[in-house]
Design a protein around this ligand. Structure first.
Ligand code: ADP
Ligand code: MG
Length: 336
């Protein structure tokens, strides 16, 4: 059997089967956005890592080195945000093809340093090797006083909600791949915003902390592989079902326009596109308005997109015409 026959998540499950018993200090091991353990002072320490590979997660000729550095750190910060934690330290491991210009390498570090400074994160180490392809792997260590929010706590009757808007990153990627500027239909500012959604995602660190204080969510995950895939992670982890209303998905007007321009379905981007790095949560109905108000003060939308149902109800997508279909599990898989 080959890795591709298993798929990413089954592979992780298979290889880590025997590792999933931990000492008392480990609060969360394999299976969530970040691992968590308790420090001597009672605080939770969070740890996560994420890897980007040239030709797979990015194309060197379509992203600037500064943007690439930003993105490499942003995706790991997003996993700390998804627990509601505060990122503190990062370690940066790089596999460099030996023909990379030193200027280019410096550019990557500038991008990382700039984002690290915004979030008060210190780069405290890493590893450097030569490799046939450029590979960036960023480990982030964070902490929090409150209990970390997992993927496994969703409760029947709670609501599903997301920060920001969906599908913009996939629209930006489609525009990049298309090699077209979309000028005929998109303003320069809209085009730039869509490209940056993909090239320089902004991790929802502040928002994650606000959610923990005001929600608090029963479950939370960041949208890296796609909304549908993350909904399934929460449902499987929590032993619940879902009813997601397709008409309520927050999709920015410029994302819709890009879909029109490229002849693509923007709802497909919103559901299965991935790399939005928004936060998907479940929370009690009575708290949703409070969170909405708090995030509004940060100029961030918070949209209710559905309901947590009993497991027997399955994971459903309610279409505009009142019909319900199974929400497909697909999303980005590293071993499709
Ligand atoms: P995310 O999409 O939030 O980055 P992943 O889907 O990459 O999370 O990983 C899911 C879980 O599996 C995480 O807890 C991660 O630490 C764990 N994991 C991923 N790859 C490995 C591996 N090679 N060995 C052990 N654990 C892994
Ligand atoms: Mg994640």
């Amino acid at each position: 059997m080959k890795l591709q026959d298993l798929g990413e998540f089954a592979l992780i499950g298979h290889l880590t089967k025997k590792m999933r018993t931990y000492g008392n200090s480990v609060v969360l091991g394999i299976g969530d956005d970040a691992a968590a353990f308790r420090a001597a002072d009672g605080k939770y320490i969070l740890v996560t890592c994420d890897m980007l590979v040239d030709g797979h997660h990015f194309w060197r000729d379509r992203i600037t080195p500064e943007q690439l550095g930003h993105k490499a750190l942003a995706v790991s910060l997003s996993d700390i945000a998804a627990m509601g934690g505060v990122p503190r330290y990062a370690l940066l491991s790089v596999g460099w093809p030996t023909d990379v210009d030193v200027d280019y390498a410096e550019g990557i570090y500038h991008g990382i340093e700039k984002l690290a400074a915004i979030h008060g994160v210190f780069i405290i180490g890493g590893d450097t090797v030569s490799a046939p392809q450029l590979i960036l792997d960023v480990t982030v260590i964070g902490d929090m006083d409150d209990d970390p929010v997992t993927r496994t706590g969703a409760q029947t009757g709670h609501l599903f909600a997301v920060t920001g808007s969906l599908g913009a990153s996939a629209a930006g990627l489609a525009l990049l791949q298309n090699g077209t500027t979309g000028e005929a239909i998109l303003s320069a500012a809209s085009l730039q915003a869509l490209l940056l959604s993909h090239l320089m995602p902004q991790p929802r660190v502040k928002e994650g902390a606000v959610l923990v204080k005001t929600g608090p969510p029963s479950a939370m995950i960041d949208i890296s592989d796609g909304l549908a895939s993350e909904i399934h992670h929460i449902c499987e982890g929590s032993g619940v079902g879902a009813e997601i209303d397709i008409t309520s998905l927050p999709v920015h007007g410029r994302t819709r326009k890009a879909g029109e321009f490229l002849g693509k379905d923007y709802l497909n981007w919103a559901l299965y596109g991935g790399e939005d790095y928004e936060l998907l949560v479940t929370l009690a109905e009575e708290n949703a308005m409070i969170v909405q108000k708090e995030l509004c003060a940060l100029d961030v939308d918070f949209t209710i997109i559905g309901k947590v149902m009993a497991k027997e109800k399955g994971v459903k997508l309610l279409l505009g015409d009142g019909k319900a279909v199974d929400l497909e599990k697909k999303g980005f898989d590293h071993f499709p």
